[in-house]
Design a protein around this ligand. Structure first.
Ligand SMILES: [Zn+2]
Ligand SMILES: [Zn+2]
Length: 323
């Protein structure tokens, strides 16, 4: 039996002259269709996740696609058992992905897109450099073999860390991220900064895993939902992460139990118990330390919905939620 609701995930970079008007139109359309979720509207485009009935979702997608600015929006669709969000929230922001680079316009110029198949072929070229534009903790958990990274905890730190890759300016640089959105911005920024040959992985690590089996991606891919990490590589998988306390191999990524710290660390089950889920003894003693829940993940519950988790039988097939 088909599940009665759907969740849509999407983004589209496009010039939006009157973002405040679009914000109001988006809100009105979602209220009319009883779509719920979170949408970001910015002068550079649209980024959202909403849920509703299949009919409402289809009407919304048709409406978005009918706008020439968003005709190319790629919607990822999941089937779910109930409305995934409690309410609709449409926010106006300077950027649809926070990079601190509102003047960078990926819809005008960005790195050349590579399909997963093209990426796989191009990776073999000894002259290319793979560049991970994600955060350090994501890289530590898993990355393409031999990839460079930046010393950043958050994507918005990228501009001030660009000097770390000055030596790549004349190289063929292939950027990648989780789902593709960060690379749109990062590769456009690299071009602006004088990098000559910039390419980007379309659909990110997730799509590469689904379409190309994830070959030569070492470790797991960090994801921003309750699954924390997903398998990518079905061809030659390895483990690259270590417990940061004792150094044993582990892919167990937790948030520090101190809510003020909340740092992402890989920690083995034993060390996790010893430190009660904290990332240090100082955090263990901190008044804001939450009770250790063994999983070490403390995300807020969105009306029972955890994107992609397959939680409480909400999803027909949790793996279909990966993209
Ligand atoms: Zn350990
Ligand atoms: Zn901590």
């Amino acid at each position: 039996m088909a599940l009665p609701y759907r969740v849509l995930l999407y983004y589209c970079f496009a010039e939006v002259q009157d973002a405040a008007l679009l914000q109001r139109q988006q809100l009105e359309k979602c209220l009319e269709l009883d779509l719920r979720g979170r949408i970001i509207v910015a002068p550079e485009g649209l980024n959202g996740t909403v849920s509703g009935t299949p009919e409402a979702c289809q009407a919304y997608m048709d409406w978005v696609h009918a706008d020439p600015r968003f005709a190319g929006t790629d919607f990822k669709i999941e089937d779910v058992a109930e409305q995934a969000f409690a309410r609709i929230n449409v926010r106006l922001k300077p950027e649809i992905v926070h990079a601190g680079l509102p003047h960078i316009k990926p819809y005008e110029r960005t790195g050349q897109h590579l399909t997963p198949a093209e990426w796989k072929a191009m990776m073999q070229d000894p002259d290319v450099v793979l560049l991970d534009v994600r955060s350090d903790y994501e890289h530590n958990l898993g990355h393409f073999k031999g990839a460079r990274r930046l010393d950043i905890e958050n994507f918005r730190e990228l501009p001030e860390h660009l000097h770390e890759i000055e030596d790549l300016k004349s190289k063929k640089v292939l950027t990648y991220c989780t789902g593709g959105i960060k690379c749109e911005k990062a590769s456009a920024f690299l071009l602006e900064q004088g990098f000559e040959n910039v390419y980007q992985l379309l659909g990110g690590i997730i799509r590469y895993g689904l379409e190309e089996g994830g070959e030569n991606f070492d470790g797991k891919c960090y994801v921003f939902d309750n699954r924390v990490a997903v398998e990518v590589n079905q061809v030659n998988p390895t483990v690259v992460a270590q417990c940061y306390v004792c150094g044993t191999q582990t892919e167990r990524m937790v948030n520090c139990a101190n809510s003020v710290c909340n740092r992402h660390v890989t920690i083995c089950p034993d060390c996790g118990v010893k430190l009660e889920g904290a990332c240090s003894e100082a955090c263990q003693q901190h008044p804001a330390k939450r009770p250790y829940n063994e999983r070490g993940v403390y995300t807020t519950d969105l009306n029972g919905y955890k994107p992609g988790l397959g939680y409480e039988g909400l999803f027909k097939n949790p793996d279909s939620a990966r993209a």
